[in-house]
Design a protein around this ligand. Structure first.
Ligand code: UT7
Length: 349
């Protein structure tokens, strides 16, 4: 008998505190106009000094369990996609397992911004081979703690947040229909944190030089992203025996509105099929896709039978895409509406 992997629960959590473009204008030489037209971002949520990845992931996870109608003890596995682990070890998943009262394996994995789709695909394997019934998959990041707030090329982009799903075994056709994972590790320095790992442990000199902060070659990552978002999505669709025209909603990684637009154009998608919430959260890395999924559901854009396309790219470089046929019942009714429209130079009307 086939075992399908269906999303049965979903939840999200972002910190209360926001960092607006006006705030950033006071911190670095930038402007609301530059940030809005070049990225689509208006504000992002950032943690307090005492908040960690665990603190964001826990409420998102609880919400997802509640929606799935299960408790922590029903989980077969917990996978957390993050580069913002609470401790080098043990894993954040391990902390969550205890807090949720789960009695199962738990591990962190990372593929940077692509992490959630890597984790969801991994969860699917456990379900498909019969060794898991309910898997909690979380994407969570606290990038505000590793971003250099004197570097205008990166600090305007990133925000903190968590998104979670419960992926459950199902006999009903649907759920995760196809996916693709990709990696090209030739140029890690395009987007990385140089120090703090085994290659370059943190030293006083390294700290003085700011080698503990995110470094990025934005233009190169931009070029890569505009290329890979469309091709990865097409590959996952082909693996599911579908084309872009079969997608009811495209939920891309929220890194830059211009990248989202380029990918949507390549896929021939009208704006109303493309979900965008980057204006509110910035790039929350591994949390971006599950947060976008939660908000798309809240806005009534997801309904039983809908085909959702999800795609992400990130440091590594890495990329992944997945096609999900939605099966869970949702409280809201579908409406042909997209996230708050925002204006970006060159954006199609
Ligand atoms: O999940 C993956 C994470 N990373 C990404 O997705 C990043 C992808 N890349 C990007 O989104 C874009 O490359 C950026 C938004 C980072 C930059 O936009 P851009 O249009 O590629 O700008 P640029 O890097 O080519 O810089 C253009 C100018 C430069 O000034 P000069 O050299 O022309 O005088 C930059 O110094 O814009 C300047 N600039 C800024 N100006 C005001 C860069 N950042 C800022 C800023 N405010 N925040």
């Amino acid at each position: 008998m086939s075992r399908y992997s269906a999303i049965t629960g979903w939840g999200m959590h972002v910190p209360e505190q926001t960092l607006t473009n006006a705030d950033l204008e006071r911190m670095v030489e930038t402007s609301d106009e530059w940030i809005t037209t070049r990225t689509g971002i208006k504000e992002r949520h950032v943690v307090r000094p005492d908040e960690s990845a665990f603190d964001l992931a826990l409420p998102a996870a609880r919400q997802a369990l509640e929606r799935a109608g299960i408790e922590g003890k029903d989980l077969s596995l917990i996978i957390v996609a993050t580069v913002s682990y609470d401790y080098r070890f043990p894993s954040t998943a391990n902390l969550l397992q205890h807090a949720l009262g789960a009695q199962c394996g738990a591990f962190d994995m990372q593929a940077a911004c692509t992490g959630f789709l890597y984790a969801m695909s991994t969860a699917h394997q456990f379900i498909a081979n019969g060794s898991a019934r309910h898997v909690l998959v979380i994407g969570v990041e606290v990038l505000s703690k590793v971003v250099d707030y004197t570097d205008r090329g990166t600090c305007v982009l990133f925000g903190d947040g968590a998104g979670a799903i419960v992926l459950s075994a199902s006999e009903q056709p649907g759920g995760l229909l196809g996916y693709t994972l990709g990696s090209d590790g030739a140029n890690p320095e395009l987007l990385y944190i140089p120090a703090g790992g085994s290659r370059e442990p943190l030293t006083e000199e390294g700290l003085r030089e700011g080698r503990q902060w995110v470094k990025m070659n934005g233009a190169e990552v931009f070029k890569f992203a505009t290329r890979v978002m469309g091709t990865a999505m097409e590959e996952a669709l082909a693996n599911a025996g579908m084309t872009a025209q079969d997608m009811d909603l495209f939920i891309p990684h929220q890194a830059n509105l211009r990248i989202i637009d380029a990918a949507s154009r390549r896929l021939g998608l009208p704006q109303e099929k493309v979900f965008v919430n980057i204006q509110k959260y910035g790039n929350t890395s591994a949390a971006a896709v599950p947060i976008a999924l939660c908000e798309a559901i809240d806005q009534g854009l997801v309904y039983p039978g809908a085909h959702l396309g999800m795609v992400a790219f990130g440091a590594g470089l890495t990329w992944a895409a997945a096609v999900v046929k939605w099966t869970a019942s949702v409280a809201t009714k579908p409406t042909a509406r997209r996230a708050t429209p925002i204006t970006v130079t060159g954006r199609r009307s």
